[in-house]
Write a protein that binds this ligand. Structure first.
Ligand SMILES: [Zn+2]
Length: 440
């Protein structure tokens, strides 16, 4: 009797354990977000546990099918916000087997899909990320190249860190790094575009995620002479504050890449990025290629000079955290051919700086400092064939009643040389136009 009773008890305990196991291990899909970038779209599935998933493509019509094992949902996907040019809709389909949740992403055209999972990082939990890349028509970023004899603009790629699914650091009152840095980045870009002989290219222009390779690819395709990545710092304690400027250190890259992958929470090139890099089997090759590139030396020297100039100007408008450029191996700085700096505009984890960083006036001061530092460098180190090289530092603002010949006479240069320096096709100029005046 006693034995049977014990056996029954044991079975009962096992059953309870099994049931509770099942209850706890069932994954719930509790959110779907679609982040549209100009040429790509990221679909994020928010899950209560790390996903077990498989996927495959189907044609006519084009779709991507994602099967999530042991997953349920009570979501209604029909009202999903979607401004993607690649995704028609996301829907739930008939499951291939019991306990599997089948999701179908209806596509507008065939696209490259990259799937990976991300661990919980505030404010998000476990995620399955589906990156859809419209690589077939990836010409949007590159500008038609100008004939070589013409003087060219100095091109500065402005990289607002994070975006979309990746908020970056979050301030004590809930302000997101991705938002603040985009505001500052836009201001820097506008100032650069208003500078004769300079042109800005932004790696992202609104709230969407751009992966690291894509960020440097945009810079490279635009033939950028410099990449400025803009971030806001964070620390576990609220005290640290001040801006700093970072340049790439390849000597430290090897040992730091490991540490960097471990400290995913700090910068996420780090969040969205690290997940991707871990997934990317070509990464070692990419790194090796980077390490071998000899142009790195030159890029690093330039990066250091620009970092000095930017830091000097930042010191006039904000507290500095570090008085010398710091070296690190942030992946966004890892473009061997493009001089790159990373500006930490301040600590968003510090109450006072969080408030400052979200104020338009302070954002403008920071943007001004970055702009001034960059301009100073290219004025004192003019690039061959660039408009800035030809002009020294002379600029002329066209005033009422002035014609090209009047201006040419005033500066003792020819009308033709002014037209050439400004790529003017006719003699028409307008009031307020900024002209580059070449050295005679
Ligand atoms: Zn950041």
């Amino acid at each position: 009797m006693i034995k049977i009773e014990n056996l029954l008890k044991a079975i009962l305990v096992m059953l309870t354990l099994c049931t509770s196991f099942v209850v706890h291990s069932a994954t719930k899909l509790d959110g779907v977000r679609i982040w549209a970038a100009p040429e790509s779209t990221r679909v994020v599935f928010d899950l209560t546990h790390a996903p077990k998933y498989t996927h495959f493509n189907l044609t006519s019509p084009y779709r991507l099918v994602v099967d999530l094992k042991g997953t349920t949902t009570s979501l209604n996907l029909s009202k999903l916000a979607n401004n993607s040019k690649l995704v028609k809709r996301v829907r739930i389909s008939k499951p291939p087997s019991k306990g599997t949740l089948r999701l179908v992403i209806d596509l507008v055209k065939p696209v490259k899909a990259n799937l990976f999972s991300l661990p919980p990082t505030a404010p998000y939990g476990n995620r399955l990320v589906v990156d859809l890349d419209d690589s077939g028509s990836s010409v949007a970023v590159s500008q038609p190249s100008k004939p070589t004899q013409k003087l060219r603009d100095v091109v500065v790629a402005i990289d607002a860190g994070h975006g979309g699914d990746d908020p970056g650091s979050i301030g004590p009152s809930g302000i997101y790094e991705k938002k603040v840095v985009l505001e500052i980045a836009k201001k820097v870009a506008a100032k650069i575009n208003a500078t004769p002989g300079m042109r800005a290219v932004m790696t992202r222009t609104s709230d969407y995620f751009v992966n690291l390779n894509k960020r440097s690819e945009i810079a490279r395709n635009s033939k950028a002479d410099l990449l400025v990545s803009i971030h806001a710092d964070a620390f576990t304690s609220p005290q640290p504050r001040g801006a700093s400027v970072w340049v790439l250190s390849m000597r430290r890259a090897n040992s730091e890449i490991g540490r960097w992958l471990e400290h995913k929470e700090k910068h996420s090139e780090l969040l969205g990025g690290a997940g991707e890099i871990i997934q990317n089997t070509d990464n070692e090759q990419y790194l090796a290629m980077t390490l071998l590139d000899m142009s790195m030396d030159r890029s690093m020297a330039i990066s250091h000079s620009i970092a000095d100039d930017v830091l000097a100007n930042l010191g006039k408008v904000t507290k500095l955290h570090k008085y010398k450029p710091e070296s690190a191996s942030f992946a966004v700085l890892k473009s061997p051919d493009i001089p790159s700096i990373l500006v930490e505009t301040g600590f968003i984890s510090n109450h006072k700086e969080e408030r400052l960083l979200s104020q338009r006036q302070h954002q403008n001061n920071i943007a001004n400092a970055i702009h001034k530092g960059v301009v100073k460098y290219f004025e004192s180190n003019p690039l061959v064939n660039s408009l800035m090289a030809s002009k020294g530092s002379r600029k002329h603002n066209v005033r009422k009643g002035e014609s090209l010949s009047v201006i040419a006479h005033r500066y003792q240069v020819s009308v033709t040389s002014i037209k050439k320096a400004n790529n003017l096709k006719s003699n028409n100029i307008r009031i307020g136009q900024k002209l580059v005046i070449p050295r005679a």
